[in-house]
Design a protein around this ligand. Structure first.
Ligand SMILES: Cc1cc2nc3c(=O)[nH]c(=O)nc-3n(C[C@H](O)[C@H](O)[C@H](O)COP(=O)(O)O)c2cc1C
Ligand code: SF4
Length: 532
């Protein structure tokens, strides 16, 4: 399991039941090694986000032991990913200034250049954190040397402008992390790996040859975990506008160490492709969408709830916790309750996400379910997706439902306008059609109109407001803008827009799923006699 910020820990960095259950569920799903989210190593200025996991004090050991024990029970190993956020640490979150190899602007703040004293102190924190990890029964640590955090800031020529022994040459840029590795090696005897960005997307960034050279030059590490990106999007979590296995495709050189590769691996075929080159494949978002991906991969891959690489719910991490657009249980693993077996029948009207999810919910309680859909196919509004990149991924979600409904024994009646009694699962919100006009101008953050802008641009002029892309993950926004501009869409700030609809909280797949589950539960509670 790739390291993923969950923000489920406590404000002081300690773990808790929700956080442990979230990780354990992935171990229960058959994953071999659970790598925790990036975990901060000192209580000064290393923290990158609110409610991030921390490892900086012996008082944390008992609860961390509970965490590792829960994962080990499922036969999985677990590594903690150690991070110092460096210049990327927000002074608002840490309450003190951030530090970096060189004084530089990060986001909206300036980071101070680290002194030799800072360097030694931070290196010591990494070593102490590794010792605490070993005492907490982790099987290893992974140094976070990717994604523009402190170790990566030292490795990258764009962020390391030092002229002392920690900068100026390739060997000097590696010194900061090499000394950490040597320190951990001398104090522990468990697995020590490092995550590196194979390449950076930034204009002044390094390419795969440089990334590979770092990997092959570091001494004393057991494995290298290849990711990508520094600050520029899409980083490693590429949205559906990028190919699957987008990092693997850049890994052309020889890897001299045990390797792990991550990046847009969302199908069993993607994983098998990675394993032709690397020793291990890491899954990130695929495990948010379906914690049991691995177990199902070997027996019934069609039962995997697919990550659609939308970068919606899972990327809202400034204030939010981990969530997934296609899996309402993600982040709520400690709330899943056992389901009693009930007797009865339920007719469901509407074969969109809401109706399909309601049908699966009712079946999971043992009810006989018949699902009526007016159209000749299931999927509802998912069938209306016209953006070709998006469609490939969203169609996989429809296939998943088709398969699961059949497997669970839901009777499906397509092309049927049913008007009898039952549970009506029509969408809670349908956004209006665009007004007919020769010149289309759109000011809206609703995804439906983004799709429309792309297809209408093939037939005429389309103008879109810049703020229409404001809610999108940066990777998705930039890719959309590039593709749209290639098709002739013009982005502007001010215009007399013919159509304007800005929403605060849009009705999306996750909301439809939750609504379907709620509708089914309300029906059970008030109509099924043996519901208790
Ligand atoms: C919600 C979320 C949080 C992430 N947090 C981390 C992190 O803490 N450390 C890290 O190295 N990468 C982090 N990443 C990147 C993932 O580990 C992974 O490299 C990326 O998502 C690509 O893999 P995938 O396509 O399988 O999701 C995060 C990604 C997501 C989606
Ligand atoms: S929110 Fe979207 S991209 Fe993120 S894990 Fe879920 S399906 Fe994948």
């Amino acid at each position: 399991m790739a390291p993923m910020i969950s923000n489920l820990a406590n404000p002081d960095g300690t773990t808790n039941e929700a956080h442990m259950r979230y990780l354990e569920e992935r171990a229960a799903g058959g994953i071999g090694v659970v790598i925790t989210e990036y975990t901060y190593v000192d209580n000064i200025n290393s923290r990158g986000s609110r409610n991030q996991l921390g490892i900086y004090d012996t008082k944390m050991i008992p609860k961390l032991r509970r965490l590792t024990e829960g994962i080990h029970r499922w036969g999985a190993a677990t590594f903690v990913q150690l991070v110092h956020a460096g210049g990327k640490a927000s002074p608002d979150i840490n309450g003190v200034e951030s530090i970096a190899p060189s004084a530089m602007k990060y986001f909206n703040h300036m980071a101070r250049e680290m002194t030799q004293e800072d360097i030694s102190r931070v290196q010591e924190s990494f070593v102490t954190a590794a010792k605490l990890a070993q005492a907490s029964n982790f099987d290893g640590v992974e140094l976070h040397g990717a994604h523009g955090y402190l170790i990566h800031q030292f490795l990258s020529p764009a962020t390391n402008k030092r002229t002392d022994k920690y900068g100026g040459s390739f060997e000097n840029r590696l010194r900061f992390v090499q000394e950490i590795i040597d320190g951990i090696r001398s104090e522990t005897n468990f697995v020590l790996g490092i995550r590196l960005s194979l390449f950076e997307y930034d204009q002044d960034g390094y390419g795969p040859d440089y990334g590979l050279k770092i990997a092959n030059s570091l001494k004393g590490i057991d494995y290298v975990h290849f990711s990508a990106g520094r600050n520029a999007p899409p980083s490693s979590s590429a949205p559906f506008y990028y190919e699957h296995n987008h990092i693997l495709k850049e890994l052309k050189g020889r890897i001299e160490k045990t390797s792990v590769v991550v990046g847009s691996v969302t199908t069993v075929e993607d994983a098998e492709e990675v394993l032709k080159t690397a020793d291990f494949v890491a899954l990130g978002r695929a495990l948010l969408a379906d914690p049991h991906f691995v177990r199902k991969a070997s027996t019934a891959p069609e039962r995997i709830r697919p990550c659609i690489r939308c970068n919606q719910a899972c990327r809202d991490l400034s204030y939010g916790e981990v969530r997934c657009t296609v899996n309402p249980d993600t982040g709520f693993e400690n709330r899943v309750t056992p389901k009693p077996r009930l007797r009865g029948e339920m007719a469901i009207v509407g074969g969109g996400v809401k109706g399909m999810e309601a049908a699966l919910t009712a079946r999971s309680y043992g009810l006989k379910v018949i699902l009526y859909e007016r159209e000749d196919s299931l999927g509802g509004q998912l069938q209306e997706v016209i953006d070709p990149w998006k469609k490939v991924e969203f169609d996989r979600l429809i296939s998943y439902y088709q398969h699961m409904l059949k497997r669970r024994g839901v009777e499906i009646s397509l092309g049927t306008e049913y008007r009898g009694s039952g549970v009506y699962c029509l969408p809670d919100e349908v956004y209006p059609e665009l007004p007919q006009s020769s010149e289309i101008s759109i000011d809206s953050n609703v995804y439906k109109y983004h799709d429309l802008a792309l297809s209408l641009a093939e037939r005429g002029e389309v103008i879109m407001s810049n703020r229409s892309l404001g809610n999108l993950d940066r990777g998705r926004a930039e890719a959309f803008r590039r593709i749209a501009e290639e098709r002739g869409v013009k982005f502007v700030d001010n215009f007399d827009f013919k159509f304007s609809l800005m929403v605060k909280d849009q009705y999306d797949i996750m909301k439809a799923m939750i609504s379907g589950r709620r509708t089914a539960m309300e029906y059970l509670q008030s109509n099924i006699e043996d519901y208790s």
